[in-house]
Design a protein around this ligand. Sequence first.
Ligand code: FMN
Ligand code: MN
Length: 508
Amino acid sequence: MKANLTHAGIQDLRSVLELMEEKGELSRVTGEVDWNLELGTLSREVYRRKGPSLLFENIKDYNTPNARCSKLATGLFATNRRISLMLGFEDEVSNRELIDYVIKKNPQTIKPRMVEDGVVHQNVLMGEDINLYDFPVPHWHHLDGGRYINTLGAIITKDPDTGETNVGIYRGMISEKDKIGVLIVNSQHWGHHWSKYKERNEPMPVACVYGWDPIMDFLAGSPIPAGVCEYDVLGAYREEPVPLVKCKTVDLEVPASAELVVEGHISTDPSAKVLEGPFGEFTGYVSDIPTLREYIQVSAITHRDDPIFRGTLEGSLPGASGENSYMSAIQRSAIAFNILKGQGIPGIKDVYINPVTNGTTVYVQIKKTYEGQPKHVSAALWGSGAAQFRYKNVIVVDEDIDPSDHSAIDWAIAYRVNPGTDDLVVFPGSFGSTLDPSTPLEDRSIADLGSGLWNRMLIDATKTFRFPTREKWGNKKFPPTVHNRPEDVELVKSRWDDYGFTNWDAKF
Ligand SMILES: Cc1cc2nc3c(=O)[nH]c(=O)nc-3n(C[C@H](O)[C@H](O)[C@H](O)COP(=O)(O)O)c2cc1C
Ligand SMILES: [Mn+2]
C-alpha cells in the first residue's frame, strides 16, 4: 500500500477527525458523559474492546450554549490502522511497513514557515479571562491527583543558548485556573532547556498545543534526537513546511491552525511550587505521591472558534492499551532500528515492540554472523539517548524466530538460553525510568539523581556459536529441528484430498 506522500488534506485536527469518520474509525459520543472519571473509565472500556476513536460532544458542565469549549477528541492513535491512515496510507499496513516508513521519515527535515495570523488566534484570552476550567479537561482516573490537561498536548520550549525549538509531550495537571503543575525530567529535552534557564535564573517560556495534525503528537511523544526540532521532522512527514504563528505573550511559535494553545512561563524561584501527582502512568501503574513541583504560570490562552480539546487516558494494561502504547510501539521500534543501523551493526532483520510495554521491552531479530552480535545490539540501544524510559529488556532472536510471535519467543528463550552464562546479561545502574515500580524508590528520585536508574537486561536467545559442530547434525552446532522436510510436505499436499478425513474439511 502506497503512502499518500503529500499527506494532503490534513491541515489540522478537524480534517483528521473527518478522515477517521469516513473510514469508520471515529464514533461521536452524543450522550452526556461526566468529565469527572466517567470519560476516562469509558475510554478504558473502549480500548478493551478495540473500539473506535471518540469525539465527545456532550460533556457534563460543558454542554451549555455559552460553554467556551464543549468537545474532546481521544483515541486517534489507538490502533495500527488509525496510525496508518494518519500517516497517509489508504488503509492499514503491516507493523513492518509502518516502521519502515517512520525509519525513512524521522531523519528528514523541512523547516517551518512563519505566517502572520491563524485561526488559533480567533480567540485570545488574557488576565482575568484566563480560566483553564473553561475547558473539559477530564479527571481521567480516580487515582490521578487532579485534572490532567497535558496528556496529548505538545509542549514547546526553546534552548536559550541556541534558540532551537523542542516539541515534547510531558504530563501536566491543573492546579489553579491559571497554573499547570508539571514534572520536569532533566534528561528530557525540555529538561535540558530548563537546566539552562535555571542557571540563568530566568523563567522558561512554554506553550502547550492541544489538537493539530496528529503527526505533531506522534513526533512530540518520541525521542527525535536532541537539537533536531520536531517541527522540522513534521514538515518532512507532511512534505511541506509547517505553518507557524508567533505566540501572544511568549517568544515561541505554534501551528497556525491548532485548536487550543496555553502560553506561560515556569519560574526558577525555588519557592514557586504547586502540588502535582500522582498520575496513572504509561506503565499501567499509578506513580508517586502529590509532590511540590514547578508550574506553568499561564499568561494567555488562545483558541479557534468552537475548539476541540485533545487528551488521552494514559496507562497500558494487558488487553487494554491506549494511544501512547500504539504510537510508542511504532516509533520506538523505528528509532531502535535507526540506532542499530547507525551503529553499523550488520544483520538487523526486524524490531518489534508489543504496545503493552510502550518499548520497555524490545525484541530484535538478527541474522547472526558473530557471537558478540547480540551484545553489540544491546550496547548500542542502551548507549542511545532514546533509551530513557525504554529498552530496559532487550531480547535478541535469530532469523527463524518471528519477534512479534510470543510462542516463538518463548520457544527461543526455552531452548536457546542457558542461564548462568552470558546469554543473560544485566547492565546495572544505567540511566532509566523513574516510573518503573520494580525499581526501588531511592533509584527513582529525580531530585537526587536527575533521572531514574535502571538495571537493564539482555536475553541473548540466539543459538550460540560456542558449541562444537557435530557431523551427525550436518556440521551444525545445534541439532536440527523436527520441522517437516519440504519433499515430505509436498507428498502430503498432493495426497491431501485422498485421506478421507471425517468431520474435517480443511484444505491444504
Ligand atoms: C501520551 C504521552 C504522554 C507522555 N507523558 C510524558 C510525561 O509525563 N513525562 C515525560 O517525561 N515524558 C512523557 N512522554 C514521553 C515523551 O513525550 C517522550 O519521551 C519524548 O521523547 C519527549 O520529547 P523530547 O525527546 O523532545 O524530550 C509521553 C508521551 C506520550 C505519547
Ligand atoms: Mn526533542
